[in-house]
Design a protein around this ligand. Structure first.
Ligand SMILES: NC(=O)c1ccc[n+]([C@@H]2O[C@H](COP(=O)([O-])OP(=O)(O)OC[C@H]3O[C@@H](n4cnc5c(N)ncnc54)[C@H](OP(=O)(O)O)[C@@H]3O)[C@@H](O)[C@H]2O)c1
Length: 331
């Protein structure tokens, strides 16, 4: 049972979620870790590699894993967590509600499956993966009658299944809608953010609202599935020069920039050397002048936009949104 879950209006007038609870598994405590500023991503991590990657990361100083049911590898991620043998309360585990599971019964079943597959007892953070609901069992058919998904997530907190809830891939209007009606408000928003899609205003907006930003695909088009048509970030001459100046690799410099501007970065890798290298980003800092120079390198180029294949407009009001034309062309 929750020992205390509540909301308060902070000094700056925002509704903030606080949770200090003991779960059915008896493990929610107020001294549990807050979200760490770097985590290990697991999208596209092969099932036969991800257990070792997660075990290595948690044994080497990472305390944060980013998972999702749709990645199809939560059982293997869970094996890695178990193999690392770290106390549950020392790590932060995020997962996400898939589009076909927005209805209350489906959402409850989905989070219970995720918790069971990961073997973690409860989640630290559960996100609405996309602001799009599909009719259960009907592929990508849009569910125009989906009930209020945020209410459903609030009930998952009340049921002690997750400490915090949040959103992913929402446009500003969607964030505002959640904020206007939430009683347990979003802890974090996970969206694409990297040097080629900096979204600084949107990042600042979340800071003002007290919502943490988790930057996904922090290494931009290093994800080999992105066909971006722009030069590889890790070979970008600007970043190569800056990294050299910092005696760091480009990946480390890029991640350090993400951390310095207040976002939480979740680079994915299944290679121990990359996993170690990425953790080495912590502690690298930039001057204000360097931060201003990095801001000028923004290409406002989005890599991940499934709205085109789902036939929905995403990211309205943000850089590089889906346009109705994009959606039409892909259908
Ligand atoms: N909420 C959402 O909708 C959403 C969407 C996308 C991503 N995410 C989350 O964000 C995580 C990270 O994003 P991402 O996977 O798209 O991309 P990413 O972390 O920016 O890039 C991953 C790619 O970079 C490579 N890499 C990692 N570290 C490297 C290094 N130090 N040097 C050279 N290459 C390196 C990886 O190689 P190897 O894997 O071969 O080691 C992999 O190919 C995902 O795994 C997922 O957890 C969430």
């Amino acid at each position: 049972m929750l020992s205390a879950v509540g909301t308060f209006v902070a000094a700056f007038g925002l509704l903030v979620h606080i949770a200090d609870a003991s779960s059915a598994s008896g493990s929610f405590t107020s001294n549990h870790v807050d979200i760490p500023r770097i985590g290990l991503g697991t999208w596209l991590s092969d099932k036969d590699k991800v257990s070792d990657a997660v075990e290595h990361a948690l044994s080497s100083g990472y305390t944060h894993i980013d998972a999702a049911l749709i990645y199809g590898n939560e059982v293997e991620v869970g094996k890695g967590i178990a193999a690392a043998g770290v106390p549950r309360s020392d790590i932060w585990v995020t997962s996400k509600l898939w589009n076909a599971d927005h209805r209350p019964a489906e959402a409850r079943a989905a989070i219970e499956k995720t918790i069971s597959d990961l073997g973690v007892g409860y989640l630290d953070l559960y996100l609405i993966h996309w602001p799009v609901a599909f009719v259960p069992g009907k592929g990508t058919k849009i569910d125009h009658h989906a009930p209020n998904t945020w209410r459903t997530l609030e009930n998952l907190v009340r049921a002690n299944l997750t400490r915090y809830i949040g959103i992913s891939n929402f446009a500003p209007k969607g964030v505002e809608e959640v904020l206007q009606t939430c009683t347990i408000c979003p802890y974090a928003h996970e969206f694409e953010a990297h040097p080629y899609l900096q979204q600084q205003e949107f990042v600042d907006f979340h800071a003002e609202k007290g919502i943490k930003v988790i930057a996904y695909s922090p290494l931009a088009n290093t994800n080999p599935t992105y066909d971006s048509g722009i030069p590889a970030l890790l070979k970008d001459p600007f970043w190569k020069a800056l990294a050299k100046k910092k005696n760091a690799t480009v990946a480390q410099a890029v991640l350090a920039w993400g951390i310095q501007r207040g976002t939480i970065v979740i680079p994915k890798s299944v290679h121990n050397d990359y996993i170690d290298e990425n953790l080495g980003s912590v502690g690298i800092t930039f001057t204000e002048q360097e931060m201003r120079a990095i801001a000028k390198e923004d290409r406002k180029h989005r890599m991940n936009d499934p709205g085109k294949s789902w036939g929905v407009d995403l990211f309205e009001g943000l850089d590089d949104p889906t346009t109705p034309k994009d959606a039409f062309e892909e259908l």
